[in-house]
Design a binder for this molecule. Sequence first.
Ligand code: PRX
Length: 629
Amino acid sequence: MQTMRDFHYGSIHHRDNFWREQARRIHWETPFERVLDDSNLPFARWFPGGRTNLCYNAVDRWLETRADERALVWVSTEVDQTREFTVRQLYDEVNAVAAVLRETGVEQGDRVLIYMPMVPEAVFTMLACARLGAIHSVVFGGFASVNLAQRIDDAAPKVIVSADAGSRGGKVVAYKPLLDRALTLARHPPTRTLILDRGLAPMQTDPARDIDYAEARARHAGAEVPVVWMESTAPSYILYTSGTTGTPKGVQRDIGGYAVALASSMAYIFDGKPGETFFCTSDIGWVVGHSYIVYGPLIGGQTTVLYEGTPVRPDGAILWRLIEQYKVNTLFSAPTAIRVLKKQDPALLKQHDLTSLRAIYLAGEPLDEPTAQWVADSLGKPVIDNYWQTESGWPILAAQPGVERVPTKFGSPSFPVYGFDVRIVDEATGEDMGPDEKGVVAIVPPLPPGAMTTIWGNDARFVETYFTSVPNRQVYSTFDWGRRDADGYYFILGRTDDVINVAGHRLGTREIEESISSHAGVAECAVVGVADAIKGQTAVAFVVLKSAQVGEPGPAADALRREMLAVVDDQLGAIARPSALRFVQALPKTRSGKVLRRAIVAICEGRETGDLTTIEDPSTLDQIKDSLQ
Ligand code: PRX
């Protein structure tokens, strides 16, 4: 039995052999010429010359052995519906949508934007794009018109696929009006949209633009659309994510490297086999949904459970009930979901047979020790904290029980995953830090298969954003602080930039600030992430008004506050709405004009502000304090 250390070492120091071996896990229509082209780092081209297809590997490849087995189970506690699809049925659905997309003119390399709730049609559409060699760009359903318009303009999709509405916590959330609005805001909107009418919300349709999903699917039922064999390094999808600026970055991913990385992760990280059942509670709009609702489990020959609903409706046992019912082997969720469940009646946990469940994987935000301990104790199952990013596409740090079983430590996502040459570096010198020293979590290029290959349409920004922030060497910065202990376990200690994490959702404070600032009454504002017992962090906004009087407490101030929050709801979506918005006369800044965010956060969290020798006006800190009263 090999050790994790040897396995990781092999992946870095005998890279070609290692990944050539892993590449056998997927189907290659044309063998690759080389494992890696690293002639132009930090750009890495994995398996160049090889031709493959994500849809083929996720669906067609399993027709021979699993045609009548379940591939996808959709459960919606929002609309009380369940639908199951065998591999054969999934194949049929994907082909029908592929035929529809082709009819609307979608070809290899074209972009298709998907703005949909958690319905099977969203998965069919993603796979249909992959089949055609088209590039999907899924936009999280919780985002609103301005976000959507920004992504439409950046990706320039030929078609948008959307729905009348989704539902959250029993409340209908209309999508179509937001889409219509985004289309009026976008500079170059596509001329065709494919709309799934779930009958949840009345909608206006434009017959010249909107195609009815059900009607088009029926017309193409039984269609077989040939797989387009794609160059391994061609883009599979774009997924936008927030950073320090107000403009989201289109994380671009390849095809062959991604398929190989996910296939390997199903074995080594998730310790799974074909025929098992995988339940990931994320959303298809996030990277976890792309990798572990859609592509990973299906490429690994597993049944994937797609769930539309919350963990507490109809009651706090719903996840456990689904695990029992579908004999789920692997659960993948976020710490926030567990913190919410922790508050439920503990008896709910005891009523279900969870013997099928092997382990619970949690990612997306820091997993606090009490929560980790609670799941481990109450479920009696291993909890595997794994750390990664939209950019990495799959775990960077994780226990890898399929390689070797090593004890985990609470609060640590364990060790670097094979392929990731992870370092903790000094932000001032770029040098590697020693055990227990805090530094920036960085990755020495090349990034492994499955990681982002560039920023869509902007190679220079890719290099500039990720590979220049650490001095004296070219390494990828995760923009997270971390440390490694003497036993080699890693710990993540928060972001180095202004990205915040609300209930596992990554949000850029800059985007929220720009949105609030678009209100005519705002002179300037700062949005920070403040610790929250359930959501990990919440956004709190401090606003300086153009006219001082309106900030005085009273009905006028309350009305103004509501107006500003409504702007955020309207532009970015309710998930970006600050939990509090407070008026101050001035923001604490350094003499050179930089807002002292860390000091603001410290005050909000009731901590000491630390060294503030560079502050321009110390009284601004008192204002922050007073505003919290
Ligand atoms: O700050 C880290 C945090 O989430 C960020 C990435 O978010 P996103 O791009 O949405 O990708 C999520 C993929 C799981 C990271 O930079 N983060 C993610 N996982 C963990 C984490 N922080 C602590 N522990 C984790 N396990």
